[in-house]
Design a protein around this ligand. Structure first.
Ligand SMILES: Nc1ncnc2c1ncn2[C@@H]1O[C@H](COP(=O)(O)OP(=O)(O)OP(=O)(O)O)[C@@H](O)[C@H]1O
Ligand SMILES: [Mg+2]
Length: 244
């Protein structure tokens, strides 16, 4: 199976004036196509930092991040942007929908930015909207939708371009239990139906039942990982480099 994400002794240090915060202190992981992975751990242990690095939103202080085989360390800003556009979808705790646009236009704008000109609607998007049960909400503005519906619009927006990797940082953090379950079920369905690779950060241990693999972090390192295939994949480093 193909490694979509790999980190090798990944380190990230933030500097605030003279103070250094070692947010990641040597993280090693491999995530393959089609995996649905939960990341858990106490506040401040480095989960969001890891997600930023996996999503090419930041560069490591040391170590490597390989996204679909490409090391992001040597990339310039333009190349990082390309990786984000072409390979990554993000879902955040805050839905970040544009308030003056309808749900449908929020999705259309994202597709436009991602360079999928084409028709505003296609079969794939139609299937996703149906799966998320928001196909009849496309004419509404975010303020006219519930929190759960807004998050489902945000999910549709981030997967409409078929990103290889969907990263979700506490996607249910602003939702009540019922809506959290609906949203988690949607992630699972996306994973099962489209083999969408998903990594999601959650604080809620009850939500882990929706995922196949659990990575637990403490103080900037992984302390447990029930990786189902720990030895089956060769490091992408062993393969010739590909361009983005
Ligand atoms: N931009 C930044 N500048 C300085 N320090 C930062 C920055 N972002 C995060 N940190 C620090 O890095 C550490 C890891 O933060 P991170 O946001 O990755 O944690 P987290 O596991 O996502 O926490 P939470 O569960 O509260 O979201 C923390 O000590 C945090 O204070
Ligand atoms: Mg966080």
């Amino acid at each position: 199976m193909k490694n979509l994400l790999e980190t090798i002794d990944l380190r990230k240090t933030y500097k605030i004036g003279k103070i250094e915060v070692e947010a990641l202190q040597g993280v090693n992981l491999r995530i393959r196509e089609g995996e649905l992975v939960a990341v858990m751990g106490p506040s401040g242990c480095g989960k969001s930092t890891l997600m930023h690095l996996l999503g090419a939103m930041a560069r490591p202080t040391a170590g490597k991040v390989l996204i679909d085989g490409d090391d992001i360390a040597g990339m310039n800003d333009g190349q990082l942007t390309e990786v984000r556009r072409n390979k990554i979808g993000f879902v955040f705790q805050k839905f970040n929908l544009l308030p003056t646009l309808t749900a449908g236009d929020n999705i259309a704008v994202a597709r436009h930015i991602h360079g999928r000109g084409g028709p505003a609607h296609d079969q794939h998007l139609e299937e996703i909207l149906q799966m998320l049960m928001i196909q009849d909400k496309m004419g509404r503005r975010p303020s006219e939708l519930s929190g759960g519906e807004q998050q489902r619009v945000a999910i549709a927006r981030s997967v409409a371009n078929r990103p290889a990797i969907l990263l979700a940082d506490e996607p249910t953090g602003s939702l009540d239990t019922k809506n959290s379950e609906i949203v988690l079920n949607m992630f699972r369905e996306l994973n099962r139906r489209f083999r969408q690779t998903i990594i999601l950060v959650t604080h809620n241990p009850e939500l882990v039942i929706y995922t196949d693999r659990l990575i637990e972090m403490r103080d900037g390192v992984i302390v447990s990982d029930n990786d189902p295939f720990p030895e089956d994949t060769e490091s992408e480093l062993a393969q010739p480099a590909r361009s983005v």
